[in-house]
Write a protein that binds this ligand. Structure first.
Ligand code: AGP
Length: 608
């Protein structure tokens, strides 16, 4: 996904656009550009690489002008080159456009426009939009945009300016987020609020099909039927500080250390200790509807899918409901069984992941009720779902998801308690669990004190070529998550497996060069994990074990022990995953990797 930002107002647009792009860089960071209107003409600047390079360019040669648009890119069509960077122009540079999304029929449109004399400069799909608008008739830019977009198949969050209408930005949304920021005599457009929060907290989230024209005089919004719309103005409730790096060298480390607070804010106001349950009004599920649910389907991708695997065990154990967990990218193309009395839960930090969104839409078409567990307020999944649970974990900037994962697990525990209560499942276990959940933030604080020790262990293994992560029960998904974290930020090949599965193949990989991380808290399957540890030890594997405080049994068997506080088994992923996040972080730092902007990745994958 890419980042889009725009400004119209009395101030110089350059610095405002650059700051906004820097805050959106987690969305995509292989090239960047902007177009600024100085009242008589437009100047365009594009670079390959980071926004910082664009800033250096403008510092060296400032660009005057009080309106403009900017873009930071995550390449989907066309290599990350200066030419392919946005903004894109029409034939004679009258129109400049930035786009987030995918134009699926770009080739057809290009071959339709070429005979009419249009010449294309880039390998991108997005460029076609500038030429379509150029080709459209209309007396205003917004009219031409409205006439051009019906030809487009695909998704877009776009912003466009024209030479002949200085001080105006037209934006449009279909499938990719765009919001308006309402300032004092000035206006902003952006892919998400992080880009403009330092200027205003008042935003309007555009709906799919909306087209808005913004000038210093104000804004107007029409929907897909050219009907004037009066959209709700929302207030952003999180602080700029949450998107500032502050004390931390990297957002990932900052977000790892935020987890005591973020888990607490996911819990805040939702636990009912006396009843041993959770109240989730946002789910928008009546007691009768909740009681009527016969099965749950969880759809998600990446780290969110790992949270889903834990969610299955939580909901099955607490609410005695059958749960299936599906890779959203696979599920969306599977033939949909009729799903009455089925609750489909889409888990997504960003709320914009295309595969998860489409899997939820497919489930709805098959008759399922669809709810979302989402972090980003106002995101597409949050707005399309029948109800949901917001994580309230604050913006997650590091591409490698950390605090969202523990908040997703917390939300799934709340959902399990809620469904158990609605289905009249006895609440004794619930009361115990609720009491323990209130202690989790303090438990996580304790685990974070292992940071230095984990950094020392990371020094030993930073040059490893491979890693194996093993766990059982609710800690098998934790092993998967630990291996994903290491893969995505250190580029070391790592695999997560159910510990017992190791004997059916991966054990062949074990020798003195293979570090093996065991997630081995004291729980009903602990003794089984100990046998697996012995099997690895017998083949000379180097073992790092995450185990429960006070458990010294493993001293002779493993190379490194990381003790975490004792918690009920269903809560253990909330403490056992933290050392794995820190291990991946420190190894990546020691290998000189760009921890917050790992290669080839984007914070949310809004394309298929
Ligand atoms: C996790 O660190 C990755 N960034 C990635 O796997 C991510 O979890 C996945 O793309 C899903 O994103 P979402 O939660 O925003 O839908």
């Amino acid at each position: 996904m890419c980042g889009v930002v725009g400004y119209v107002g009395p101030r110089q647009a350059g610095p405002i656009l650059l700051d906004g792009l820097q805050r959106l860089e987690y969305r995509g960071y292989d090239s960047a550009g902007l177009a600024i209107h100085n009242g008589s003409g437009m100047s365009l600047h594009k670079v390959v690489g980071r926004v910082q390079r664009l800033r250096e360019l403008l510092d060296a040669d400032p660009v005057p002008g009080s309106s403009g648009i900017g873009h930071t890119r995550w390449a989907t069509h066309g290599r990350p080159t200066e030419e392919n960077a946005h903004p894109h122009l029409d034939c004679d540079g009258e129109i400049a456009l930035v786009h987030n999304g995918i134009i699926e029929n770009a080739d057809q449109l290009r071959s339709r426009l070429t005979p009419g004399g249009h010449s294309f400069r880039t390998e991108t799909d997005s460029e076609i939009l500038a030429h379509l608008i150029e080709d459209a008739t209309g007396s205003t830019l917004e009219e031409r945009v409205a006439r051009a977009l019906p030809h487009v198949e695909g998704t877009y969050g776009l912003a466009v300016v024209s030479r002949s209408e200085p001080g105006k930005i037209v934006v449009a949304r279909k499938g990719s987020p765009i919001l308006l920021g309402l300032g004092d005599g000035e206006y902003f457009v952006a892919s998400d609020a992080a880009a403009i929060l330092e200027h205003t907290r008042s935003v309007i989230y555009l709906d799919d099909g909306d087209i808005a024209a913004v000038t210093m005089a104000g804004y107007s919004i029409v929907d897909g039927y050219a009907q004037v719309q009066d959209r709700i103005v929302s207030d952003i409730d999180w602080e700029l500080g949450t998107v500032e790096l502050g004390w931390a060298p990297h957002y990932m480390l900052k977000e790892i250390f935020e987890q005591p607070e973020t888990v607490l804010s996911t819990l805040r106001g939702r636990l009912r200790p006396d009843e041993g349950t959770a109240r989730l009004h946002g789910l928008n599920l009546s007691a009768a509807q909740a009681a009527a649910i016969e099965r749950v389907v969880i759809v998600a991708c990446g780290t969110s899918w790992h949270a889903g695997l834990i969610g299955r065990q939580v909901i099955e154990q607490l609410a005695a409901l059958p749960v299936q967990v599906e890779y959203a990218s696979e599920y969306r193309y599977q033939p949909q069984l009729a799903l009455p009395n089925t609750l489909t839960v889409g888990i997504s930090q960003s709320g914009e992941t295309a595969d998860t969104l489409e899997a939820m839409r497919a489930a709805r078409r098959a008759g399922s009720r669809v709810v979302g567990i989402v972090n980003v307020v106002g995101s597409t999944i949050a707005r399309e779902a029948d109800g949901g649970i917001y994580l309230h974990a604050g913006p997650e900037i590091g591409v490698a998801s950390t605090k969202a994962f523990t908040s997703q697990i917390t939300a799934l525990l709340l959902l399990g308690l809620h469904l158990a209560h609605a289905r009249g499942v006895p609440t004794d276990e619930g009361r115990e669990l609720v009491r323990e959940m209130l202690e989790i933030p303090a438990r996580i604080e304790q685990v974070l004190r292992l940071n230095t020790r984990i950094r020392d262990i990371a020094r030993i293994y930073a040059d490893a070529g491979n890693f194996l992560y093993l766990g059982r029960g609710v800690n098998f998904p934790v092993a998967l998550e630990g291996s994903l974290k290491l893969k995505e930020i250190s580029y070391i090949h790592a695999e997560g497996y159910p510990a017992a599965e190791m004997k059916h193949g991966p054990i062949a990989l074990i020798d003195e060069n293979m570090p093996v991380v065991f997630v081995a808290p004291t729980d009903p399957v602990y003794q089984k994990v100990v046998s697996n540890i012995q099997e690895v030890k017998a083949r000379g594997g180097r073992i790092i074990a995450v185990c429960t405080e006070g458990n010294d049994d493993l001293r002779a068997l493993v190379d490194h022990q990381l003790w975490v506080p004792a918690v009920p088994p269903l809560l253990s992923p909330l403490v056992t995953v933290i050392p794995l996040q820190l291990l991946a972080y420190h190894i990546a730092v020691l290998r000189g990797c760009d921890v917050d902007r790992p290669r080839n990745l984007a914070k949310s994958v809004t394309v298929e």
